[in-house]
Design a binder for this molecule. Structure first.
Ligand SMILES: [Ca+2]
Ligand SMILES: [Ca+2]
Ligand SMILES: [Ca+2]
Length: 183
């Protein structure tokens, strides 16, 4: 197997995030249950914000993922995903990155539990610690990278910049590589 690039590793990591039941294929049910899992993990209280996350994931399913199922078996396997996501990034980078940005804004708004419009270190830790059981120390290191201006919080702009890095950069030190938690 050829060595994976930095971008390949990140795209594969995103696949694992979407394949919530870990059976090696992304189905519509995975994407729907991810929204519920993420909301529950942070104890989301606001139905409108939760609905935005469901809608953002629904758009990614219907616009991006569904069409990647080239053998039509209802699931996007790792091979279909790798080809499909690369194709989307080439043919419709603006649309694809826009939908990923909308997803991250919806998710982070849900995680902004004190409602001050930015993501604190503790709120970021809760996003991944509660959901995926990532240890706090790795999350602290990741947060420090994502907080480009070092003001102790993640702004909307820092989150958008991170999404762009995550899906486009092959630089192993790009700050946005850590937006979905530690590598
Ligand atoms: Ca398939
Ligand atoms: Ca906050
Ligand atoms: Ca900041």
């Amino acid at each position: 197997m050829p060595e994976r690039s930095v971008l390949d590793i990140k795209l594969d990591r995103f696949f694992e995030l979407l394949d919530t039941d870990n059976d090696g294929g992304i189905r519509e049910s995975d994407v729907v249950s991810l929204a519920t899992t993420l909301s529950t993990a942070v104890g989301a209280q606001d139905p409108a914000t939760e609905a935005r996350l469901h809608a953002a994931l629904g758009a990614i399913w219907s616009t991006d993922l569904k069409a990647m199922d080239t053998d039509g078996n209802g699931a996007i396997d790792a091979g279909e995903y790798r080809l499909g996501v690369r194709r989307s990034l080439q043919t419709d980078p603006h649309g694809f990155l826009g939908r990923m940005g909308t997803l991250m804004q919806a998710w982070t708004t849900l995680c902004d539990t004190d409602g001050d419009g930015v993501i604190s270190r503790d709120e970021y830790a809760a996003m991944y610690g509660n959901t995926f059981g990532v240890p706090r120390q790795s999350l602290d290191e990741a947060f420090t990278k994502l907080d480009r201006d070092g003001d102790g919080v993640l702004s909307r702009e820092e989150i958008n910049a991170a999404v762009l890095d995550y899906f486009t950069s092959d630089d192993p030190n790009a700050p946005g590589n850590w937006i979905f938690g530690p590598a």
